[in-house]
Design a binder for this molecule. Structure first.
Ligand SMILES: NC(=O)c1ccc[n+]([C@@H]2O[C@H](COP(=O)([O-])OP(=O)(O)OC[C@H]3O[C@@H](n4cnc5c(N)ncnc54)[C@H](OP(=O)(O)O)[C@@H]3O)[C@@H](O)[C@H]2O)c1
Length: 325
């Protein structure tokens, strides 16, 4: 079968389409004929050697996919750690979900990482409890700051935040991307190239700060984002797109009673009950037509390196997809 292989540790140039042996399904697993696969920031880290737990090259890249399950032909979308950028992938049964009837294979491939991560971020932030609560209905509006709001996880977080009735503040490097995120339901776009986001949050919330920050930048942004929290706020740390780990002074949490929570889908996905619980809620919202993955661009698998470059250069809106077959 044809597959996009990480041939050595490095940048996008290490990716090559090669003939590889087909995988074999062991107990609890299924084979899927991949039609489309989602490109994630984590794929860039896996190729460069920065994603913990990834085997050394040569290795088939890709962590989410969509296509017919070989055993029964049902169209499924799935999550794995590697191996998705191939004509056939082996997926764990508990991490395969039926694709909603109205969705294309590209949309199915854009679902698992973005929506489960965004859902778990709201869960960790304690914002899932009263969906739709509005001011005057017993509690004040909850506020969330979403970094990279126009990206894959960001656009999923906006859709879920809209359902939950959360006031959303989102950062991006481009007005065009912010405009598009606003069409999805983002209320407050902050272009960090033009404006300091911590100052913007202070101004826009009248000094109150936000209840949660979804923080995937790392470096200086982790401490700076803690500064954006209001009383009892929670920072959800789930990435380091800057390439640097974020550091937080625990003392900066005392006065506000703030907290920092980690989030890693790789580990959460091993908890089948938790994943099932999340899917129950997500699939209900999908059935109500309230969630739909946002596709930025679709690339042929031979152009996987170009897709990685678009992500690295911050040019994507939503999810980038590889067309596999
Ligand atoms: N912990 C987990 O389980 C988990 C799961 C999924 C994703 N993540 C993390 O979440 C982040 C987003 O992932 P994604 O796949 O959805 O990517 P993405 O948000 O679609 O793309 C990355 C975006 O981050 C923004 N960005 C800000 N600083 C950047 C920098 N120094 N280099 C590159 N991009 C930068 C850019 O948007 P602007 O130009 O608009 O700022 C860029 O478009 C990544 O850090 C990823 O590792 C973690």
């Amino acid at each position: 079968m044809k597959a996009v292989v990480i041939t050595a540790l490095g940048g996008p140039e290490v990716l090559q389409v090669q003939d590889m042996p087909e995988p074999v399904a062991t107990s609890g697993h299924e084979l899927v004929r991949v039609q489309a696969a989602g490109v994630n920031f984590a794929d860039i880290l896996a190729a460069s050697g920065g994603y913990p737990g990834t085997p050394r090259p040569p290795l088939i890249a890709g962590r989410e996919f969509c296509g017919p399950r070989q055993s029964d032909g049902v169209q499924v979308m799935g999550y794995t750690q590697w191996g998705a950028f191939a004509e056939i992938v082996v997926g764990r049964q508990s991490l395969l979900w039926p694709v909603p009837a109205k969705w294309s294979a590209e949309e199915g491939a854009a679902f698992p990482v973005n929506f489960f991560t965004a859902y778990f971020a709201y869960w960790k932030a304690g914002l899932l409890d009263t969906p739709g609560a509005k001011p005057g209905e017993g509690r004040s509006t909850r506020r969330v700051l979403i970094h990279a709001v126009a990206g894959g996880v960001g656009t999923a977080a906006v859709q879920i935040g809209k359902i939950l009735g959360v006031e959303m503040y989102g950062t991006s490097s481009s007005d065009e991307k912010l405009d598009r995120a606003q069409h999805l339901g983002l209320q407050h776009g902050i272009n960090y190239k033009q404006r300091d986001y911590a100052e913007a949050i202070r101004e826009l919330t009248n000094g109150k700060g936000v209840d949660a920050v979804f923080e995937m930048l790392g470096g200086e942004h982790t401490a700076k984002s803690v500064g954006c929290l209001g009383n009892f706020g929670r920072l959800i740390a789930y990435g380091s797109a800057t390439g640097q780990r974020g550091l937080v002074d625990a003392g900066s949490l005392y006065a506000k009673g703030a907290s920092v929570h980690g989030l890693w889908l790789t580990y959460l996905s091993q908890n089948a009950a938790l994943v099932q619980q999340a899917w129950q809620q997500l699939s209900l919202w999908i059935a109500q037509d309230r969630l739909r993955p946002v596709i930025g661009e679709v690339f042929p698998m031979e152009k996987a390196a170009d897709a990685y470059r678009v992500l690295l250069n911050r040019k994507n809106f939503g999810k980038l997809i590889l067309k596999i077959s």
